[in-house]
Design a protein around this ligand. Structure first.
Ligand SMILES: Nc1ncnc2c1ncn2[C@@H]1O[C@H](COP(=O)(O)OP(=O)(O)O)[C@@H](O)[C@H]1O
Ligand SMILES: [Mg+2]
Length: 379
């Protein structure tokens, strides 16, 4: 425990607003430009794409705050693992609740909170999810007629059972509203594989929800994410500790928060130097392993495990061919290796860098690589 009495400012978690929102100026400028275009009568919608824990929810919360301050009507809604129609109904309710309470009461009744209707609904579930959504969307937007823009943010859209269908229906509802000349924009957040998963609907969806991809923070922003919150406390990290956290994290904000959190608690007399950080790292690594890596590993097939261990053991990004020939030594057929690589890359466990048609694979995440090295030792 820190002996200084300062509260730990770091916030490792999911959807917890960080002490300092580092970087993201470029993405926010793109978002703001799209809202400005929307207001001028050229609606632009966004798909905010990024790996787990890269900062999607945080950025949506930031954008909500910005747009609210500017006077827009903003609704932020989370998707869950749920059927598409349940998702649309829940979104319709969130939109309704954002307008007058009176309207939301009326919609509640229409949605079936009134008992008699609820029973009817049970027999014919969600027949009107789509029209509910259109109605409440239109209402939200009409409320703002002549004023600013309505912005609807939907987080984790790929948790919905059929995200492609859900997106198509959002798009259909939006297109219907275009005819009225009302001003509003959608932002949906999901994993980078979102559009790959929707296949047939890919083209129209990508043109409608313009992708904006979140990448790890650069070294400068990463360092600021640590040093600026720290400056408000009575604890300091040696410069080499800050550098080490930045490097180990690879700019992934969740790792930054996690490592800095443990480094803060490890401070001796208000200071964390190399020696304290060594222990802090063990704690942070154990925590991430338990929270994230163990489940990830458990969900892999035996072949995927072998293949990911091969990729993690390579000193530089390697072609599928190189990985296949290594895996053959463990008696895995090249076709099986190729398939495992594709799956691992789609889930973000392995990084694929494309160079023309040739892809190269690596595990860039240093904490995950360390976890995999430990798995190798246990074999
Ligand atoms: N730009 C940022 N600067 C500093 N910390 C961040 C930033 N973005 C996210 N974080 C922190 O990283 C963690 C994961 O962020 P989150 O928004 O939940 O990611 P996602 O929604 O992509 O899974 C949280 O602890 C959050 O506070
Ligand atoms: Mg999130």
């Amino acid at each position: 425990m820190s002996q200084t009495g300062s509260a730990n400012p770091f916030r490792p978690g999911s959807g917890i607003f960080p002490p300092l929102l580092a970087g993201r100026e470029a993405e926010t400028a793109v978002f703001e430009a799209r809202i400005a275009r929307t207001r001028e009568g050229h609606p632009q919608h966004t798909a905010l794409l990024g790996e787990w824990a890269i900062g999607k929810t945080t950025l949506l919360m930031h954008w909500r705050r910005l747009r609210q301050k500017a006077g827009d009507a903003v609704v932020l809604s989370m998707a869950y693992p749920q059927a598409k129609d349940d998702f649309l109904s829940a979104l319709a309710r969130a939109l309704a609740a954002a307008t007058e309470p009176e309207w939301s009461d009326r919609l509640d009744i229409e949605l079936g909170l009134d008992l008699g209707v609820a029973e009817a609904r049970l027999r014919r579930p969600h027949r009107n999810a789509e029209s509910e959504l259109r109605r409440s969307l239109r209402h939200l937007v009409e409320e703002r007629r002549g004023e600013l823009t309505a912005v609807v943010l939907v987080d984790d859209i790929d948790l919905v059972a059929d995200p492609g269908d859900a997106l198509l229906q959002l798009r259909a509802s939006a297109l219907e509203l275009y005819a009225t000349g009302l001003s509003f924009a959608f932002v949906v957040a999901g994993s980078p594989a979102l559009f790959a998963a929707v296949r047939a609907a890919h083209e129209p969806l990508v043109r409608f929800f313009e992708p904006l991809t979140l990448r790890p923070l650069d070294a400068d922003a990463s360092a600021r994410a640590i040093t600026e919150p720290l400056a408000e406390t009575s604890v300091g990290f040696d410069a080499e500790v800050v550098n080490e956290i930045v490097e180990l994290s690879g700019g992934r904000p969740y790792y930054l928060q996690k490592l800095a959190y443990y480094a803060f608690d490890a401070a001796e007399r208000g200071r964390t130097s190399r020696a304290e950080f060594r222990l802090a790292f063990d704690g942070a690594f154990a925590s991430v392993s338990q929270e994230i890596f163990a489940a990830r590993w458990a969900a892999m097939s035996p072949i995927e495990r072998q293949v990911v261990l091969v990729v993690a053991s390579l000193t530089e990004p390697s072609s599928s061919g190189d990985i296949e020939s290594q895996a053959v030594r463990s008696e895995i057929r090249p076709a099986a290796t190729r398939q495992a690589l594709r799956r691992l890359a789609a889930r973000g466990h392995v990084d694929r860098t494309a160079n023309g048609h040739r892809g190269r694979y690596a595990v860039r995440d240093r904490l995950f690589r360390r976890y995999l090295e430990l798995q190798t030792c246990e074999r």
